[in-house]
Design a protein around this ligand. Structure first.
Ligand code: ARG
Length: 454
């Protein structure tokens, strides 16, 4: 069925038809399209634009179509231009002329805007569920590792000792920061018509309410041309992918033979076809790699929207394929990362050993001198000399004798060993947000409260 034949004297060129058609991808939101139509018909009936009999017949038939589409007994015919014409035509096939009244007071412009919003609201809920699972996984690791000491890095050089709970806690904060997109997009465009509203006495508040929105969009031009919520969600997904990619990169490094901080479970690793010894972190690499794809969807669609005059333009049909792909990619990665973390073993001994070497306690040695009255800048210089000397002796700071310490500065006493012990370095850092056990436990409890809302 063509929705717009009347004004034309010739059939559409086949290439044009195929180029223009969207059914291959907009069938993704077939359910939302039919649910939107059910809402519309309810409102038309309440407003007496349709009779009770007409309304009930259309509603009942749409519900049957919805059921059949969802259980797969009704196959979507891809020779139609889009999902909207397929549903309308199926309705008319089943109930004749009454079906032709469904599109009263509606345009495909507000219809597709509604469908995408309904679909996106469902998707945000799915993303949130997966995100909460990931947060819970990270929280569990934090709880189990408040005393697992590891090196913290800057410039990928060992910097100061921290704990695994502290390191994973950084990711907990990152994944907590999902924008409040749902709240901002929760307005219903239905009733915007093609762009100017309609001449029928529609009840837009009622449509919005029965379709589960906070209220109607307040400008019909914006209603049909707003795609900001897709851009915001693509941006949030890009941020999520970036965080997942960074953690994946760290896991790749931690999993190397040089680090051996973690062991990836066999079920989450892959082998090599030639090198029998290999156990590769392909899942981490794929999450890192797929990040580019989600950024691509964001960049692509921002570019599509740039320069579009108000209101609807067919360019906007390009809001679908890459967006659906970005959603599938992000959901898949969230699930995989969470499941992979659940099965990963953390090698406490290796982490602690690594944190103890490499002068990670140099800042604490300087702080020791400051506490004995040496100005910080001087203390920094003294410890620099001490490190240089220790390197020449192939020793760590805590392996130097007190005499060696004193050769550099006579402020050093026996208590320096206690002050630069790795446990002291970690647990003396006890301000909010730092790695000390006491403070970590407080933050973990706060996050436990946060997770209770889900
Ligand atoms: N397939 C179209 C889209 O996704 C539906 C809206 C069509 N509207 C129009 N005026 N041709 O944007």
């Amino acid at each position: 069925m063509n929705l717009w034949g009347g004004r034309f004297t010739k059939p559409t060129n086949q290439l044009v038809y195929d180029f223009n058609a969207s059914i291959k991808f907009d069938k993704t939101f077939a359910s939302q399209d039919i649910k939107g139509s059910i809402g519309h018909v309810k409102m038309l009936t309440k407003q007496e634009i349709l009779t009770q009999e007409e309304g009930q017949l259309i509603e009942k038939t749409l519900k049957e179509i919805l059921n059949e589409v969802e259980n797969g007994t009704l196959e979507i015919d891809e020779s139609f231009e889009d999902i909207h014409s397929f549903v309308e035509s199926t309705l008319i096939d089943r109930i004749g002329d009454t079906g032709k009244k469904l599109h009263t007071g509606r345009s495909r412009n507000d219809q597709v805007a509604l469908d995408m919003r309904l679909y996106t609201k469902d998707q945000i809920e799915m993303l949130n569920t997966l995100l909460v699972d990931l947060l819970k996984t990270i929280h569990k690791i934090m709880k189990e590792h408040v005393d697992t000491i590891m090196p913290g890095f800057t410039h990928l050089q060992k910097a100061q000792p921290i704990t695994l709970a502290h390191h994973m806690g950084a990711y907990f904060e990152m994944f907590k920061r999902l924008h409040d997109i749902y709240e901002r997009m929760d307005y219903c465009p239905l009733g915007s018509g093609a762009l100017a509203g309609t001449t029928y006495p529609l009840d837009r508040e009622y449509s919005a309410e029965i379709l589960g929105f906070k209220g109607p969009c307040l400008n019909s031009i914006d209603g049909v041309s707003d795609r900001d919520y897709l851009i915001e969600l693509l941006s949030a997904m890009s941020t999520m992918m970036m965080h997942m990619s960074r953690l994946s990169e760290e896991m790749i490094i931690w999993n190397t033979n040089e680090y051996q901080f973690i062991d990836l479970d066999d079920t989450f690793s892959t082998g090599s076809s030639i090198m029998p010894q290999k156990k590769n972190p392909d899942i981490c690499e794929l999450i890192r790699g797929k990040t580019g794809r989600v950024y691509g969807a964001l960049m692509g669609f921002l570019t599509t929207m740039k320069g579009l005059p108000l209101a609807y333009n067919k360019d906007m049909q390009e809001d679908k394929e890459m967006y659906f792909d970005a959603l599938n990619t992000t959901k898949g990665c969230l699930q995989l990362l969470s499941d992979m973390l659940k099965t990963t073993t953390f090698n406490k001994e290796k982490m602690k050993k690594s944190a103890t070497g490499g002068f990670t306690n140099a800042t604490d040695a300087a702080d020791y001198l400051v506490n004995k009255g040496v100005p910080f800048r001087d203390a920094h210089g003294i410890i620099g000399q001490l490190v240089l000397y220790a390197i020449s002796q192939n020793k760590d700071l805590d392996e130097l004798t007190l005499e060696e310490f004193k050769n550099i500065s006579d402020v050093f006493e026996e208590d320096v060993y206690q002050a630069i012990d790795v446990n002291t370095c970690v647990n003396k850092r006890n301000t909010i947000g730092a790695c000390g056990q006491e403070m970590m436990k407080k933050v973990i409890a706060l996050n436990e409260e946060y997770l209770k809302q889900f």
